[in-house]
Design a protein around this ligand. Structure first.
Ligand SMILES: NC(=O)C1=CN([C@@H]2O[C@H](COP(=O)(O)OP(=O)(O)OC[C@H]3O[C@@H](n4cnc5c(N)ncnc54)[C@H](OP(=O)(O)O)[C@@H]3O)[C@@H](O)[C@H]2O)C=CC1
Ligand SMILES: CC(=O)N[C@@H](CCC(=O)OP(=O)(O)O)C(=O)O
Length: 366
């Protein structure tokens, strides 16, 4: 495996015309170590990429090819940004590809039971999970980053999963809250992809309105978040995840990108004793060496507008003493930090490149 920082890798992006694939291409086009040599699609095969991604002029001349193993083979890296269920079988045929990153859910879950319950269809084995800042130990601050070094098959997390996990994992790992977590998320429409499917993308209906979806414990990100919480607490991703209860309600808001997560859980005696200031200090210590994690100063709350276009996650905590609750807030860009940015961060680690190559913590606010 090449690990030289001046090496250039060829990259094929499948699902290049979609929102997640498009964001991956935007980052790759600015990355010093990657050259996009192939883009594939489905209904857009034969078009030039410029028709679908005019915001990336340097790649506009690439012709969109069919999404097959033959087309994707022979490139150093393949990024799969396909609908759920479309990448598992395809990925299994990519024998000669050095690193494959799947942005979909096909390789995220460790439990087949969870896959059957929330997704259905064929279950594929789970891959190295592509969230470098996922905590993986009980007392020490071990992170998933070490698992990603040298990884050849990487499962990109869900975007809501990323926001929820990064917000609450330090408190859970330190035993400051119970395992009864409630997450309410305000999310932008691009999370649903560009197809006119589950959500109505008509501006006349989306603008000026907020609407919940995936309510009542049905959202497919629930098992993935519980799997992450389990790892953060040093438990197994399978049975350990069952010790958590997670209320999860996403609400679509009229914005293109962004997730603002409000995650709460009852304080334990240890959490009550510590109090808000010391809990914030603990969060700062946990994330101190994590270049994309920013625990905001007291009094400053995360806002999606500050992280758009960046791989940053902004975090804040608040204690409601009367209610006995810890609130943890996070803001991310779902397309960047929530999928493509985090995927390229993981890819950088896997290939021994600087972790932040091609990535930024600087948002495009306002
Ligand atoms: N949007 C987000 O914020 C996030 C998305 N993801 C994941 O990334 C993946 C892509 O999502 P997203 O970009 O939002 O979706 P989009 O609907 O925007 O894009 C889907 C892409 O897949 C192609 N495609 C559609 N059907 C097929 C098929 N049957 N076989 C091969 N290619 C197909 C489309 O090609 P064409 O246009 O040519 O038809 C398009 O390029 C999903 O698994 C999603 O869950 C993960 C985290 C966040
Ligand atoms: C607005 C919207 O619909 N968002 C998607 C999140 C997309 C995402 O995280 O990706 P995966 O689908 O790959 O898990 C949702 O909540 O299901």
């Amino acid at each position: 495996m090449h690990t030289e920082v001046d090496h250039t890798y060829t990259v094929a992006v499948a699902g290049a015309t979609g929102y997640a694939g498009g964001e991956a291409l935007r980052i790759l086009a600015m990355h010093p170590n990657f050259t996009v040599t192939c883009v594939t699609g489905h209904s857009s095969v034969g078009d030039t990429l410029g028709k679908w991604a005019p915001h990336i002029p340097s790649l506009a001349g690439l012709v969109i090819e069919d999404t097959t193993a033959e087309v994707l083979s022979g490139h150093d890296v393949v990024i799969l940004a396909l609908p759920h269920g479309a990448s598992g079988a395809l990925a299994a045929e990519l024998h000669d590809v050095q690193v494959v990153v799947d942005l979909g859910a096909d390789h995220r879950l460790e439990s087949q039971e969870d896959w059957d319950a929330y997704y259905g269809g064929q279950y594929f084995s789970h891959w190295t999970y592509g969230m470098p800042e996922l905590m993986t130990g009980v007392s020490g601050h071990d992170f998933q980053r070490s698992e990603l070094a040298g990884a050849t098959r990487i499962a990109g997390p869900g975007c809501n999963v990323t926001a929820t996990t990064l917000a609450m994992q330090p408190a859970l790992a330190a035993g400051l809250v119970t395992h009864d977590v409630v997450a309410n998320l305000v999310v932008g429409y691009s999370g649903a992809g560009k197809k006119l499917g589950r959500v109505n993308l008509l501006a006349s209906e989306a603008l000026g309105s907020a609407v919940a979806y995936g309510v009542g414990g049905t959202h497919r990100h629930i098992p993935e978040i519980k799997q992450n919480f389990a790892h953060a607490c040093g438990l197994s991703g399978g049975t350990g995840a069952d010790s958590f209860s997670l209320g999860f309600t996403p609400v679509l808001a009229p914005m293109a990108r962004g997730i603002m997560a409000t995650v709460s859980a009852p304080l334990t005696d240890a959490g009550r004793e510590l109090g808000e200031e010391s809990i914030r200090a603990l969060y700062e210590r946990v994330y101190a060496d994590q270049m994309f994690m920013q625990v905001l100063p007291a009094g400053q709350l995360p806002a999606t507008g500050n992280v758009l276009g960046s791989n940053a996650a902004h975090i804040q905590v608040a204690v409601d003493e009367r209610a006995g609750l810890l609130y943890a807030f996070s803001a991310i860009d779902n397309l960047n930090r929530g999928t493509a940015g985090q995927a390229i961060q993981s890819l950088n680690i896997a290939l021994g490149l600087p972790e932040d190559a091609g990535l930024t913590v600087i948002g495009v606010a306002p």
